[in-house]
Write a protein that binds this ligand. Structure first.
Ligand SMILES: [Zn+2]
Length: 271
């Protein structure tokens, strides 16, 4: 699943490649990923130009001329591929966009994804994105800001995964972040000590920046269909159940934490 590092990379690549391109047409295979009827969608996007691409949490925001945004959500994973002029299109896709210069891009959502066209006015009230919180790699995401979020009787893992509190972290990077901070995923937020919160803050940013530097998670591909460089060798406890903890040698466990699974070292991360 694409998380913050992958979404940032996509946004950067798309911004660089697509700026000033003008939409010519759209080929829609799966209508339910849209927020309107397919003909309305196609008509609205035609002639609009890309002015900027950025991300908000796990959503990609493609700012268009005419006061519109095209919003993409990659769900559990997506082949989101650029198409250069003359290149063969991928066979499988749910939607593909063509520009007037005969380049384009296509999306094949693995499970569920969204492709929504909203006016800038509608964007202010757009349910899925309007409350997305600051992401750890945003410059305003300070330690003070983070400290204010870590409170109450929520389990710490659920709190970090809550997109209304912290944007961009899903159920992949979280395992090693909590492991490095020596915090059990089910520990209640108000029981995490101040020093641990400070550690957690630094580790979270460091971990996500590192994944960004390495080019994102290996099991997905970038905008140019190139594999990303954060391979499973970099995981410490994540997806390593039954293997020894890299710090103390205790066997790593996979446990149920509400609707998600977690990988922990029961010795290093005690409740
Ligand atoms: Zn350990």
């Amino acid at each position: 699943m694409a998380e913050l590092p992958e979404i940032i990379i996509f946004s950067r690549q798309m911004d660089e490649e697509l700026r000033d391109k003008e939409f010519d047409s759209v080929d829609i295979v799966q209508e339910k990923i849209l927020n309107m009827g397919p003909s309305e969608f196609a008509e609205l996007i035609q002639g609009k130009k890309v002015s900027n691409v950025y991300n908000k949490g796990k959503w990609i925001f493609i700012e268009l001329s005419g006061n519109y945004h095209l919003l993409l959500n990659l769900g559990m994973g997506t082949d989101l591929f650029y198409h250069s002029k003359g290149q063969e299109w991928p066979k499988d896709y749910q939607i593909r966009f063509s520009f007037t210069d005969e380049t384009g891009f296509s999306c094949r959502f693995w499970w569920i994804g969204r492709s929504e066209l909203v006016s800038n006015k509608e964007l202010l009230e757009h349910k899925a994105t309007k409350d997305i919180a600051l992401s750890p790699l945003d410059s305003d995401f300070t330690l003070e800001h983070f400290k204010k979020l870590i409170k109450g009787r929520s389990q710490i893992k659920n709190l970090i995964l809550n997109q209304r509190k912290i944007g961009g972290i899903g159920n992949v990077y979280i395992h090693d972040i909590l492991f490095k901070a020596k915090i059990h995923p089910q520990k209640l937020a108000n029981e995490v000590e101040d020093a641990q919160i400070e550690d957690l803050y630094g580790i979270m940013i460091e971990n996500l920046s590192d994944a960004l530097d390495k080019g994102g998670l290996y099991y997905e591909k970038d905008f140019y269909a190139k594999e990303w460089g954060f391979t499973r060798d970099y995981f410490l406890v994540a997806y390593n159940e039954e293997k020894p903890c890299p710090v103390c040698g205790t066997t790593i466990e996979k446990i149920k934490t509400g609707s998600t699974s977690s990988y922990i070292c029961p010795q290093c991360q005690q409740l």
